[in-house]
Design a protein around this ligand. Structure first.
Ligand SMILES: *[C@@H]1O[C@H](CO)[C@@H](O)[C@H](O)[C@H]1NC(C)=O
Length: 314
C-alpha cells in the first residue's frame, strides 16, 4: 500500500464529507442540481431542524439528493440528474427497501442507506418512516426519484429507500407513472439527451391532512419539474407537472406556474416563503396543457376511509 493510500484510509472515518445526512447538499453532492446561469440551484429549502439534507449513497456511491421532513416522515423532494435513454418497462425492481441510519442515530462511519436492523431498536424510526408504517395500510411506497428514470441496476436499487418514498394509493401510483414519470422520461430521452443537454429533475410532494399508522403523512399532491441546460448553463427546455389526488387531469405547466401553485400550497403550512424549483432559474415560455388521465374515481378521503375500515377487519 502506498503512503497516500494509507493516509486516506486513516482519514476516511473522520471526514465529515463522507456522511450522508449533510449540512448542505449543494456542497456535498452538487451534481444532482441544475446550474442555470452557473449557479447550483436546488429547490427551496425550508428552515428548521426537522428538515434534513441527504446525499443518497449506496456502496459509497452517490445517486441523488433528498430534502427530508423528519416530522412528517416523508421527503419534501428528491433531485437527480437524468441520464437514461431507454425503456421504462425493462427495469427490474428489488424487493427490499432501505432506510437512512443517520437520521435516527449518529453513525458517521455508515455512509450508506441500510437495513432497518442497523439502527438500534430504541432509536429506530424516530425521524423516519419504517416498513411497519406501510405494511397493510393500502398505500404504496410511492417513489419520488423514480425507478424508471435510472439506467443501471445499482441506480434503481438506490431509489429503494423509504426516505425517497411517500404514501401513494396504488391506482394513483399507476397513473402517476403513465401520465408523468413515463412522459418525462420520453421527453428527456427524445429531446434533451440526444441534443447533449444536461437534464435535471426534481420530484416532490405536498403533505396532506392524514397519516398512515399515525406516523407518516399522506401527500395531497405529487409534483415534478425538469430543466435541460446546454454547455453554457443556458436553459433550453423546462417543464413541470402537478398531480392532486382528487383530480383526474395531469396538468403540464411551466416551471413558473408550478412555483406559483407550490408557493400557495406550502404557505398553507406557514412556511411563508416563495417556493422556487431551480433557485429562480430554468424558466422557459410555456402554456398550461391539461393532460386527461384515465378516468378513475378515487376520492382520496373516501378511499382512505374505506381502506381504514378494511384494515380494521383484517
Ligand atoms: C456551469 O455552472 C457550474 C456551477 O456553477 C460550473 O461549475 C460550470 O463550470 C458552469 N459551466 C460553464 C460552461 O460555465
Amino acid at each position: 500500500m502506498k503512503l497516500h493510500e494509507a493516509l486516506l484510509l486513516l482519514l476516511l472515518p473522520l471526514s465529515a464529507c463522507w456522511a450522508e445526512v449533510v449540512e448542505d447538499f449543494t456542497q456535498r453532492c452538487p451534481g444532482f442540481f441544475a446550474t442555470p446561469n452557473d449557479v447550483i440551484s436546488p429547490p427551496t429549502r425550508f428552515n428548521g431542524d426537522r428538515y434534513k439534507q441527504i446525499c443518497q449513497t449506496q456502496n459509497g456511491e452517490r445517486f441523488f439528493a433528498t430534502f427530508y421532513d423528519t416530522a412528517n416522515k416523508i421527503p419534501v423532494y428528491s433531485a437527480y440528474k437524468f441520464n437514461r435513454l431507454g425503456n421504462c418497462r425493462k427495469c427490474t425492481r428489488p424487493t427490499k427497501w432501505f432506510i437512512e441510519p443517520q437520521l435516527d442515530e449518529p453513525v458517521p462511519e455508515n455512509i450508506d442507506m441500510a437495513k432497518e436492523s442497523t439502527v438500534r431498536s430504541e432509536n429506530r424510526g424516530h425521524n423516519q418512516a419504517l416498513h411497519k408504517d406501510y405494511k397493510k395500510r393500502g398505500y404504496d411506497r410511492g417513489h419520488l426519484a423514480p425507478v424508471c428514470h435510472q439506467n443501471l441496476p445499482r441506480c434503481v436499487l438506490a431509489t429503494f429507500t423509504l426516505t425517497n418514498a411517500a404514501p401513494q394509493l396504488p391506482e394513483f401510483n399507476k397513473d402517476w407513472y403513465h401520465n408523468v414519470e413515463k412522459k418525462v422520461s420520453e421527453i428527456l430521452s427524445s429531446t434533451c439527451i440526444p441534443s447533449n443537454l444536461r437534464a435535471y429533475v426534481v420530484t416532490g410532494v405536498v403533505p396532506g391532512r392524514e397519516e398512515i399508522n399515525n406516523r407518516v403523512r399522506i401527500p395531497s399532491h405529487f409534483w415534478t419539474a425538469f430543466c435541460c441546460l446546454d454547455n453554457n448553463n443556458r436553459t433550453i427546455r423546462s417543464s413541470a407537472f402537478l398531480a392532486e389526488y382528487q383530480q383526474e387531469t395531469w396538468p403540464q405547466m411551466s416551471v413558473q406556474d408550478l412555483e406559483r401553485r407550490l408557493t400557495t400550497l406550502y404557505n398553507n403550512l406557514n412556511t411563508n416563503i416563495p417556493f422556487t424549483l431551480f433557485g429562480g432559474g430554468c424558466y422557459t415560455a410555456q402554456n398550461i396543457q391539461e393532460t386527461k388521465g384515465k378516468r378513475r374515481k378515487y376520492s382520496f378521503e373516501q378511499k382512505s376511509e374505506k381502506r381504514r375500515k378494511s384494515i380494521k377487519t383484517v
